[in-house]
Design a protein around this ligand. Structure first.
Ligand code: ADP
Ligand code: MG
Length: 212
């Protein structure tokens, strides 16, 4: 595929400048194919192998939408494990370096709940976490998704393999109707198709074979 540059995207200026600083010049295939749709507000299913740059696809999408002056949870990213959630939060923070006072909070299972409750009371713009723990906070009324405008299911196939189907269903019930949803997965078995058709609205399915 012909190379495409981030500078051709309708991204906010600070994000473009920061991408330059980070040395992100050319988009990977999944980024080049998904970002124009994501930035246009469409629901997208992104299917691509590990290492193809899926994180930046959704991270730039949610950061471009974000209103940092509004200190409410505007994006929720669900990941299968704490390690992946930490990696995703790190990448979001790096891509968001040019946006001051942005708060990204990770909420994962296996971590003490007390500090998470404290952090939630302080507020956040972006939440990254594992489904079980997110469901727990939602069911206790500690996490308010009223202002959510972007829901991301990252590594959806692995979340299902790990038995998170019920938590995902419960979380979706807490999400407001008006939102954009993105689903990323390396594989696309029937169970993912079913989830996609239940959670996403008229999604564009992008499948990329290459990693670059
Ligand atoms: P995936 O989620 O598809 O497995 P990642 O989003 O973790 O892949 O990306 C893999 C690596 O590639 C990360 O270290 C990320 O920083 C880097 N990367 C992603 N997109 C680009 C790009 N366009 N230019 C340079 N590096 C990139
Ligand atoms: Mg990934």
């Amino acid at each position: 595929m012909q190379s495409a540059k981030f500078s051709t995207l309708p991204l906010k200026k600070p994000l473009l400048t920061n991408l330059d600083t980070l040395g992100y010049v050319e988009m990977t295939d999944i980024q080049a194919q998904s970002l124009p749709l994501i930035l246009a507000g469409q629901d997208v299913i992104g299917q691509a192998k590990t290492g193809s740059g899926k994180t930046a696809s959704f991270a730039l999408g949610l950061l471009n939408k974000l209103d940092v002056k509004k200190f409410r949870v505007q994006s929720l990213v669900l990941c299968p494990t704490r390690e992946l959630a930490d990696q995703v939060a790190k990448e979001i923070r790096q891509l968001a370096r040019a946006i001051h006072n942005i708060k990204v909070l990770t909420l994962c299972g296996g971590m003490p709940i007390g500090p998470q409750i404290g952090s939630l009371e302080h507020g956040a713009h972006i939440i990254v976490g594992t489904p079980g723990r997110i469901e727990d906070h939602l069911s206790k009324g500690r996490l308010d998704l009223t202002h959510l405008n972007m829901l991301v299911l990252d590594e959806a196939d692995r979340m299902l393999e790990m038995g998170f189907q019920q938590s995902l269903d419960a979380i979706i019930d807490y999400c407001p109707v008006v939102k954009q949803s993105l689903l990323f997965s390396a594989t696309f078995p029937d169970k993912i198709k079913a989830i996609a058709s239940r959670y996403l609205r008229k999604p564009e399915h992008i499948k990329v074979e290459s990693v670059h």
